[in-house]
Each structure stands twice: as C-alpha cells, then as structure tokens.
Design a protein around this ligand. Structure first.
Ligand code: PEP
Ligand code: MN
Length: 286
C-alpha cells in the first residue's frame, strides 16, 4: 500500500500489519466496535440530573443505541462553566444505563480519577484536550477497561496513533479511535470533521474507528449528514449528543439532537448501513 504515514519512529502495536485481523471491542451488553453492526453511542454532553439521564437513556435505547454517553467530569474552556456532577454524575449515568440495557462511556479528565471512573464506566473516554496527556494515557491503559480515544483538536493522524500506542504499550488493546473534528481556519463550523480520517485509519491500524459529528460540527442540523457520511466512509460506530431539551442543556445544547431528531437519524443510518451490507443495533426496548 502507498505510504500514508510520515512519522519516522513508527507505531508498532497499533499498525494494521501487527495483527491478522481487525480488533473488535466487545462490551458486556452485546455492543461491539469493529463488526458489521454499527455501534451507537448516544446521550447528553453532561449528566445533569436523574430525570435528564434516565429519559435520554430510555429514548435512545428504544432506537437501538447501545452505549450511553454523558460527561460527569467535564473539560470546559472556562473555569466558570459547569464542570459536571463528578461522582454523583457517574452513579446516575450507571443507573440509567443499567435500566436501559446500555453500556457506559464517560470521560476521565485526571489520572487520579481513573480508578473511580473505571468502577462505573464500560469505556473510559480520553477527551480531545487530553489526547497527549501521557500520564493519563499510561494510567488509563492500565485500568483494564476499553478506551475511547478522541483525536486532539490539532493532532495529526500520526500523533493520534502514537497516543493510542501508549495505551497498547501499557497492556490495553481495547482501544476505539474517535474522530471529533480538528481546528480549522474557518469559523463556519465549530470544528472541521475529518471524514478522511476514517479510511486512513482503517488502512493504518487494526483498531476500530468511530465518528463524533456533534463535536465535529457544533450544530444539530449538521449532525445527521455527517453521521451518514462517516458510516459511508466505513466508521465502526457513531457518538452523538442527545438531550431532552437542547436549549436548556448545561453544555453543548446547540449541537445536541432532540429525541425526535435522533429517531430520524437512526432511520437514515439504518438505510445507509443496509446499502453497505451493514446494520444498526436492534432496539433495546422491551
Ligand atoms: C465530549 O465528548 O463531551 C467532549 C468533551 O468531547 P471532546 O473531547 O471531543 O471535545
Ligand atoms: Mn459535548
């Protein structure tokens, strides 16, 4: 294959050729990243209350979402902005996910919180702002839980793969790469969602790759077209922000989908997935 990577000291463990097959990350509730079924991660930006997270979990699980997202420790640009509910938020998130039959993905901001977050989460999220926090990568790599590694806001593909290499060196190969948009010169969208990263990563690494069109665009009306583009490009899953009442969200309201918008998106994803010989998960509603 044509050389796509330029970094001289190449990543040994994450590179595609180091494994006979692609890595599949499987969770206890049956969700999988890296199969023909597209993993559906959905939920609010931040966990805000029991009512908010439980209503969201019920609504998205009924559409087939199998991983509940929600931040309890929030990386905010301003120290005055809502910082998340912390430990209480983790408990609410876990309860809501269990009731809905979902797995949990949530961000760990600080190496000191890794054991706590690992008690509640099925997948530990490393946020874009922390992609090259090497002590956090080491600590998270040793936690024994799958990791969702967001691309840094201005990280090259090589830097992102090297960050993943830290997790594998620490003994954890259950790593999901998440493209969430990079900084660009153009303020028309919050970030520039690099759909190209999906086929590029699929060529360079055996790790599953998913797309986050919420942070990738910053605008609810752009989420569906970019989620579909990500699937068409070969993504193993999507991560989408959904809120019962986006205008009142404590964070990222403008990019959060209503339940109705999420339902419509899943129907569209189903059609695109089928056209490619793939599928979306069945509804978890009883
Ligand atoms: C998030 O998923 O809520 C988040 C903060 O994402 P990112 O690190 O991609 O900004
Ligand atoms: Mn968010």
């Amino acid at each position: 294959m044509q050389q796509l990577s330029a970094l001289p000291h190449s990543y040994k463990l994450v590179r595609r050729e180091s494994r006979p097959a692609r890595t599949v990350v499987r969770l206890n509730n049956g969700a999988a990243f890296g199969t023909d079924e597209i993993a559906l991660c959905a939920g609010p930006c931040s966990v805000e209350s029991r009512e908010q997270i439980e209503a969201t979990a019920r609504a998205v699980a009924a559409q087939g979402a199998n991983v509940l997202r929600g931040g309890a420790f929030k990386p905010r640009t301003s120290p005055y902005a809502f910082q998340g509910l912390g430990h209480d938020g983790l408990k609410l998130l876990r309860d809501a996910a269990d009731r809905a039959g979902m797995a949990v993905v949530t961000e760990v901001l600080d190496p000191r919180d890794v054991p706590l977050v690992a008690q509640y989460a099925d997948i530990l999220q490393i946020g874009a702002r922390n992609m090259q926090n090497f002590s956090l990568l080491r600590e998270t790599g040793e936690a024994g839980k799958p990791v969702l590694l967001k691309r840094g806001v201005a990280a090259t593909i090589d830097e992102w793969l090297m960050a993943a290499e830290y997790l594998l060196v620490a003994g954890n190969d259950q790593v999901i790469m998440c493209e969430r948009g990079i900084r660009s010169f153009d303020p028309a969208t919050r970030n520039l969602l690099d759909i190209t990263a999906v086929p590029v990563l699929r060529a360079l690494t055996h790790l599953p790759v998913i797309i986050d069109p919420s942070h990738g665009t910053g605008a609810a009306r752009l989420v569906a077209p970019m989620a579909l583009a990500g699937i068409a490009a070969g993504a193993d899953g999507v991560l989408v922000e959904v809120h019962p009442d986006p205008p009142s969200a404590a964070s990222d309201g403008p990019q959060s989908l209503t339940f109705e918008q999420f339902n419509a998106l899943v129907r569209q994803m189903d059609r695109v997935a089928r056209a490619l010989g793939r599928s979306v998960p069945a509804s978890l509603a009883a």
